[in-house]
Ligand binder design. Structure first.
Ligand SMILES: [Zn+2]
Length: 253
């Protein structure tokens, strides 16, 4: 039973992987022109524009059976497409197997089922970010903000006492474990600090070498300023005001 479910999750994952390539392909155009929804219109061959039939839309298999070429114009279809489908499928199955207690979920335990669901969403969001970043070297707010909000809300909905990463000790204060939200916050600060250091070390070294101490202090201040600016920016956008961080100048893209 467990293996059947894993195979099924893998298959569902490849379908979502296929969907991710559609999002990544169409989003920039959609954001620029605001025309035709992301979901509108059938997928077409990137070279000859032939509308793809269902036989050409089966994840991985279509690519393999067509020898990696378009069935109409015979142009090569980049390996990134089946790779994306494979990776998403693999992550879906692996998340359920290694991050969750699958037998417990299959026995109908709601807490564990929601945990599986949570990690599938995280896998989906992660692959979308990574692939988008590889193709365009940026991640637009239009996917960053809703994805972060979705994961945040799911995190709060996770049943009490269901530690997200049971491989790690939950953060505790005076022996009492802190809630899910605090754990998430500590995780966020840790990951943010990791990326901040990659910015601080080279820029800070440059400032000190050139005796630009005022600039060095400013760079230190960014540690607090950046998250505040981003939060301000997002909340301004939510109420339809102009962004607080000048477009293209935030260095956060
Ligand atoms: Zn073609």
């Amino acid at each position: 039973m467990e293996n059947i479910v894993l195979a099924y999750l893998f298959f569902i994952g490849t379908c979502f992987g296929s969907f991710i390539s559609v999002i990544v392909h169409r989003l920039p155009d959609y954001l620029k022109k605001g025309n035709a929804g992301i979901m509108n219109g059938r997928s077409q061959c990137g070279s000859c524009g032939k509308t793809l039939g269902w036989k050409e839309l089966v994840p991985i298999f279509s690519w393999v059976f067509q020898g990696g070429r378009c069935s109409s114009c015979k142009k090569k279809i980049p390996f990134t497409y089946p790779a994306l489908e494979l990776v998403t499928g693999g992550l879906f199955a692996a998340s359920a197997k290694y991050l969750c207690n699958l037998p417990l979920a299959l026995s109908g335990d709601w807490s564990e089922i929601s945990r599986v669901f949570f990690f599938l969403v995280v896998a989906f969001v992660t692959v979308t970010f990574v692939f988008y970043d590889i193709v365009y070297q940026e991640i637009p707010d239009e996917i960053l903000v809703p994805a972060t909000a979705a994961v945040g809300i799911l995190l709060l909905l996770l049943p009490e006492g269901n530690s997200l990463f049971r491989h790690f000790e939950p953060v505790s204060w005076n022996g009492a474990p802190l809630g899910q939200g605090m754990n998430a916050l500590f995780g966020a600060v840790a990951i943010y600090s990791f990326f901040y250091l990659q910015f601080l070390i080279p820029v800070g070294t440059f400032c000190l070498k050139n005796k630009r101490y005022k600039d060095a202090l400013e760079v230190l201040g960014y540690y607090v300023y950046l998250p505040v600016a981003v939060l301000k920016d997002v909340s301004f956008r939510l109420v339809g005001k102009k962004p607080a961080v000048p477009e293209g100048d935030s260095g956060l893209e």
